[in-house]
Every structure is written in C-alpha cells, then in structure tokens.
Design a protein around this ligand. Structure first.
Ligand code: ZN
Length: 304
C-alpha cells in the first residue's frame, strides 16, 4: 500500500467507505481471535509455570499434538464438533468463547480508535485482564507474570503516549493511579484481616483477602490512571455482590476450593474471587468510564 492508502486504512472504520470499514473490522477480528487462542494457552499454562511457547498444544486427555488446522480460532471447535480428533474427549466451549470474545474485542478497539496506539493499549488491557480473570477463577491466584505484565504494559503505554501526545500528565496520572490504588486495596486487606481475626471469622494466621487483588488494582491504575479507579472499584463491587448473592440464592457455591500453591490465604466457604470483577469493572471503565464520569459531574452540577 502507498503512504496514502495505509494512512487511510489506519483511520477509524466510521470514517472509511463501507467496504474498507468491513475489511478493517474483519481483519481486526481475525487478528484478535488468534490472540484469544494464545490466551487460552496462557490461562492453562502460566499458573502451572509451563512455557507458553513450547511444546505445541496437546490434548489434555490423550496427549496427542493438535495440528494447526485443528487449532483455528473459533472455527476448529465447531469443525471438530467439540471433540478431540484422536480420543474424542470433549473440548470445553470456553476455548472458542475466549477466542470469539477477544476477536470481538479486536474489532471493538479498532472501531473505537482505528489502528492506533490507543486501540493497541485497549486490546492489550483486554487480553491481560481476561487472562487474570480466568486464572483467578480457576486457581484463586494471580501469578506474578500476569500482574507484572499488566503493570509494565500500563507504564510502557503511559510513556509512549506521554511522548506522542507531549503530555506529562498522562504518565503522572498512571503512576498516581498505580500507587494510590495499590495502597488503598492493601489497606483494605489489612483492615479486613484485623476485623475478621478479631471476630473469629478467620484464623489468626489467615488473611481476609488475597494479595492478588491489590496487585491487580496496581496494574489497572497503571493503565487507566487514578481518575477512573473509583468507578472501577464501584463497578467491580456492585457486580461482585450481585453475582455472589445470585449464586448463594441458587445454592451453587461449593465453599472452599483448593489453592494451587502454599499460601496463607484460604478462600472462605461461599466466597467468589474478586479478581474477575476487578477485570470486568476495569474494562467497563476503560470503554465507558469517561461517559459515566461526565454524567456524574453533570449530576453534581459541575461543568467540565
Ligand atoms: Zn485427545
């Protein structure tokens, strides 16, 4: 493509002729779904400390290596009728679901911001938070590589956008968000632990929440900055409470789950992990937080 053609394609699809817009979104979906496929590997392997690069994917049941044509994002699950080609063991619908959602996220960030640095950061944020949410659901832990990836990518994009937009405040807001958010959540863990120990809800050597949640908030703050953090915590708490109540009403909570590594934190009976809700709240804030903030300022009668 010549210079003009490429710069045209980088624009938001809403500014393009329909055929180019569809091509742009379809390409973003395909690229996104391939990253979704990689995320499935990350979610399965990172908690176990296995390399995400080698060996190639195998059926967890029979160990047969999965050929590239059986590993196409979304499509292969349907073509294989949700079963391993070798042993016919069922394949979880979670794999194509994650590929589909991350594909749609790819199309969504390009629809919002074109093929830009902003879109790339939003996509990275969706991917890392999705990995954190599912690993937390599976294991009740946040492995170090995942929260470090969240913090490091947030600060790196902060530096990149500070330079490209010549605005020091962009990086400053993120450093304050990361530090302030981590301190706030850390203080909540310490306070809740003191309260729960005194009232006998937990033993003297246990903590009330995992330390994973403060680390996730450090990462979220490093991407979104401090302004959106109250909205993240609000959205996460509201949705977490609603889901926990719904699960309790259904009698669907089985109580304690095994924690993967030696940890002084044991999930109490009836608990749901908070990490997935922090991830959800952060994504909602990333896409819609500015609208919500503007609406809240309007309610408060403060013009911007
Ligand atoms: Zn198999």
């Amino acid at each position: 493509m010549d210079d003009l053609g490429l710069s045209l394609f980088l624009r938001r699809p809403a500014e393009l002729p329909p055929s180019l817009a569809i091509a742009s979104l379809a390409f973003a979906f395909v690229v996104g779904s391939c990253w979704g496929s990689f995320l499935n590997v990350v979610i399965a392997r990172v908690p176990a400390g296995i390399s995400v690069v080698t060996p190639r994917s195998r059926c967890p049941k029979c160990g047969a290596a999965i050929a590239a044509w059986d590993n196409l994002p979304v499509l292969s699950w349907f073509l294989l009728r949700a079963r391993c080609r070798s042993c016919k063991a069922p394949i979880s619908p979670r794999y194509p679901m994650i590929e589909l959602v991350i594909g749609l996220a790819g199309a969504g960030v390009v629809a919002r911001a074109g093929w830009s640095l902003e879109a790339l950061e939003l996509f990275v944020l969706v991917c890392v938070l999705t990995a954190i949410a599912f690993v937390d659901l599976d294991t009740w832990t946040v492995p170090h590589p995942l929260w470090i990836a969240l913090v490091a990518s947030g600060l790196a994009f902060g530096v990149a956008r500070m330079v490209t937009e010549s605005d020091v405040d962009i990086l400053l807001a993120r450093v304050i968000g990361a530090g302030g958010g981590g301190l706030l959540l850390g203080a909540i863990v310490v306070a809740a632990t003191g309260l729960f120990r005194r009232t006998g809800r937990i033993a003297a050597d246990q903590t009330a929440m995992g330390w994973g949640d403060p680390l996730i908030v450090v990462g979220i703050g490093s991407h979104l900055g401090w302004r959106l953090l109250p909205i993240v915590i609000l959205f996460a708490s509201l949705q977490g409470v609603v889901v926990a109540l719904l699960l309790r009403a259904q009698g669907g909570l089985k109580g304690e789950k095994p924690v993967s590594d030696a940890d002084d934190w044991v999930p109490p009976a009836g608990a749901v992990p908070f990490g997935p809700f922090l991830a959800l709240g952060a994504l909602e804030a990333a896409f819609f937080g500015d609208v919500v903030l503007g609406w809240l300022w309007g309610l408060a009668g403060i013009g911007e």
